[in-house]
Design a protein around this ligand. Sequence first.
Ligand code: ZN
Length: 114
Amino acid sequence: MSEFEQKVLKLLEDINNKLDKLLKIEPVPVSSAPTTSAMPSRAASTVKPSAIVEKQEEEARMEEKPPVEGRRICPECGGTSFATHEDRSQILHQMGGVKIYAKKYVCKSCGWEA
Ligand SMILES: [Zn+2]
């Protein structure tokens, strides 16, 4: 290996190390973010601004999900394809001015509403 090649290699290694450091420092976990204490620490290191909303949506989903099965089946036609609509007459959560509405499930095949 020539001296030049070794120099280049060394440089690449340095750059690599610096990148490693940068990558390690960059995503500072926002664990001190103003979240409620009720929030479980689900992937705290990858919290993004939309994570709280996603979390709320996830909670909403979990609450209305039938405990037995993960999939909804239309009692009318047996279809498993549903469209979701917000049911604004039912508020599930209200946190920091953000309202989470219950969702209506509408069968895509026959229009049956859950
Ligand atoms: Zn149906």
